[in-house]
Design a protein around this ligand. Structure first.
Ligand code: PLP
Length: 465
């Protein structure tokens, strides 16, 4: 393919994209596909001869699109959102076209310098104090793993990487029982082990861990000869939005000199609104590491996860490795690959630059505030349905409900709602019971889209009950 043909197809795909997004509301949100249905339509072996792009694109429409779940659909209320705003998509097109691998400052100085400035723009947008720096990662899972590895190294005097963990006794990490599974997996692969991830029950209206309970667990571990390594707090857990009270947890961390990480992967975006910071984020500035995903609620196309660090030296001392071929002599520059596990890096900061400039903080705040208001309104409407209960109250724009009946009935209702296709919800578990989750956060969702959930729930329930 030559570059003129490339330009022609790019324009076709741009037009296709506009048509796709303008007709999204008429499509079922969740793919209405059976397992294996897509794979069976592809040849079993790769072609020996070149094929025309026109043919490939026809097949894309005919075979691939029916098997897609529409994450940018305004009535996507499942999981958490993965918003791709048009400006961030345009930035990604440019990044994909220039296709630089930005591991070091010198392998694309602009990528490193824009990244530093975007992290600082977001620091200010979230009301974090001057002096906190950070890095953009692919996902919150990677940022959390980096933080847990840093906990491990700090607790072993930065010798774990060299000597391994055998014969050292048990390193312990603490969190609430509301955390995302990325915390468990970080502890698995960091060599801490699931049994050494101590989960404190979440209690109170926000299901946060109790600081006194945390303190007691640490004291018990010290008495048993274990080595506490760090504490992981959460703002906006995946299940029901479990949120820790940060300041008392930090006090415990200081008392035992423990490294702290905060997972705000989803809810962090809402903290661009000062009123939510007052409610959920008091004390946040004391955390050593904070992760949030602009690729969820904020509108930066997946993937884009920002990890703020109070003192990046700890993480750099954990992850930096510098063979001869990576040395960059002379300049005093930041090489972000020293802050993360993968060496290779995409230019993720560009989409933040496009996004934040296109909407301004006000535009982004207005959307998040609407989502929270509409989620609260919808929760009231579902509470009013005969026999329905709100299982967990809205935390920002996330709540859960139950229909009358047992767990199997909840699942039948959720499956029937998603087969209907007008909206997309997912199930969860809370206090041993199945719940139906609703989160409002798709960038283009309108109030009518959100209220459609009540209509669909009511109609589908009549057929299922
Ligand atoms: C989405 C989410 C994660 C995982 O994020 P990835 O970027 O997919 O790794 C972790 N924690 C919370 C609270 C989340 O909402």
């Amino acid at each position: 393919m030559d570059w003129d043909e490339f330009a022609g197809w790019s324009k076709e795909i741009a037009d296709w994209g506009a048509r796709y997004h303008k007709t999204l509301r008429s499509r079922p949100v969740r793919a209405q596909t059976k397992p294996g249905e897509i794979a069976v339509q592809l040849p079993k072996s790769p072609p020996n001869h070149p094929e025309e792009m026109a043919t490939i694109l026809q097949d894309f429409d005919a075979i691939i699109m029916p098997g897609m779940t529409h994450w940018q659909h305004p009535r996507f209320f499942a999981y958490f959102p993965a918003n791709a705003t048009p400006p961030s998509m345009l930035a990604e097109q440019l990044v994909n076209t220039v296709a630089a691998q930005c591991m070091l400052w010198q392998t694309s100085p602009a990528a490193t310098e824009v990244e530093a400035v975007m992290v600082d723009w977001l620091r200010q947008a979230l009301g974090l104090p001057d002096g906190i720096s950070g890095v953009i990662q692919d996902s919150a899972s990677s940022a959390t793993l980096s933080a847990v590895l840093t906990m491990r190294e700090r607790a072993t005097g930065f010798t774990g990487n060299r000597t391994g963990l055998s014969g050292r006794g048990q390193l312990r990490v603490y969190c609430s029982d509301q955390v995302h599974t990325s915390i468990d997996r970080a502890c698995w692969v960091a060599g801490i082990g699931q049994d050494n991830l101590v989960k404190i029950p979440g209690t109170g209206p926000l299901f946060g861990m109790d600081a006194a309970h945390l303190d007691a667990a640490i004291r018990e571990d010290l008495a048993a000869g274990h080595t506490p390594a760090g504490i992981i707090a959460i703002t906006g857990g995946t299940g029901v939005g479990g949120t820790d009270d940060l300041a008392p947890i930090l006090e415990v961390a200081r008392a035992y000199d423990l490294y702290t990480h905060l997972d705000a992967a989803w809810a962090g975006a809402a903290m661009i609104c000062p009123e939510f910071r007052d409610r959920f984020w008091r004390g946040v500035e004391g955390f050593d590491s904070i992760v949030f995903n602009p690729h969820k609620w904020l509108g930066a196309q997946f993937d884009c996860s920002v990890q703020f660090l109070r003192n990046p030296t700890f993480q750099r001392n954990t992850l930096k490795i510098e063979p001869e071929y990576l040395k960059t002599s002379g300049h005093k520059v930041t090489n972000y690959s020293e802050w993360t596990i993968p060496l290779g890096r995409r230019f993720r900061a560009l989409k933040l630059w496009f996004l934040i400039r296109s909407y301004g903080l006000e535009g982004l705040q207005a959307r998040i505030r609407n989502h929270v208001t509409w989620a609260e309104e919808l929760a009231e409407q579902i509470r009013a349905l005969d026999g329905f209960e709100i299982a967990t109250e809205p935390m920002l724009s996330l709540f859960s409900f139950r229909c009358p009946g047992d767990d199997a009935t909840q699942q039948r209702l959720v499956d029937a709602i998603n087969d209907d296709g007008r909206v997309y919800l997912t199930q969860g578990a809370f206090e041993g019971r199945k719940i139906i989750r609703v989160q409002v956060g798709q960038f283009d969702t309108a109030r009518e889209d959100v209220m459609m959930v009540r209509t669909v729930v009511e109609e589908v329930w009549q057929a299922v009950k």
